[in-house]
Design a protein around this ligand. Sequence first.
Ligand code: ATP
Length: 322
Amino acid sequence: MTTSTAGKPRLGATGAMGTVIKVSSVTKRYGPVVAVDRVDVSVAAGEIYALLGLNGAGKTTLIRMLLGMVRPTEGQVSLWGTPVSARQRAVWARVGYLVETPAAYPELSVRENLRLVARLRHLPDSAPVDEVIDRLGLREYAHRRARTLSLGNAQRLGLAKALLHRPPLLILDEPANGLDPAGVVEIRDLLLGLAEAGTTVFVSSHVLAEVARLATRIGIIHNGRLVRQLDTDDLAGWARPSLRVSTRDLASATDVLRRAGFHPTADGDGLTLPDEQAVAAPDEVATVLVAAGCPPTHLTVAREDLETYFLRTVGGLDGGNG
Ligand code: ATP
């Protein structure tokens, strides 16, 4: 498979090419369990939207509702302005999807599976079966029975089936599932290339670092609720900076800085100051510490990593201050 150097497509939520996915106030209840809770999402043509959440957050349920596999308890989902229903054949011809572990006919080969999908989709004989096999890096497995494939290659076959009819919309539940690190990069490049050519992509994931590299927009879902949406370009701005201070006497330094109005927390070998003033003027912090007789040995402004940002976002909400 060739590696694309495609960058992320740059289209806002209300991109000029119109809305492809519209989720309006959608709730799904299973008895007492609220799997998806009043979610609103709008995805524009050409965007790569990633739904990010921990296990059980509600990602698969929302994706199943996008695909008409699960009926919302309340609210509505539409694709290109048409409400989703299992009978909308014209709409389904324009969607490629992958949900959880993709099913294949176990005794048929990779190529036979794809030919069968082509026939079921009423594609012409010229359907690009071999092209898709190549794109997904499955050439050396084309003759292998599906039941003998590794999880990663079964996932590639699932993606191949989703791409076969060149749909303008891809809806993929955890597409990186089971892939090794090189496979993750290949699939990311593939999706970036497709998006650059105009395909709209909706993916779910629980790996923030991965979606940050792939998506144009991220929606964080937690306990069924869409708790935050952000442009990935803004992610660096969202992640909170802090000042890290190393000093030989952490206890005294903590005391001194508290008295000076800062909010240090000690961990292991240093202190973290989340205060804006500390980040803006580390020299002031240094002066306070030197004057009190516990000079800093090291000062750095640190941005928390993406995973910490994500956990703080959902953790803060669990704490009731979201
Ligand atoms: P994972 O990453 O583990 O797949 P997820 O974010 O996809 O998680 P969902 O599978 O959508 O989460 O599940 C959301 C919640 O709804 C969970 O509490 C789950 O147990 C519950 N749930 C999902 N499907 C059903 C069902 N058919 N019956 C009852 N509860 C369900």
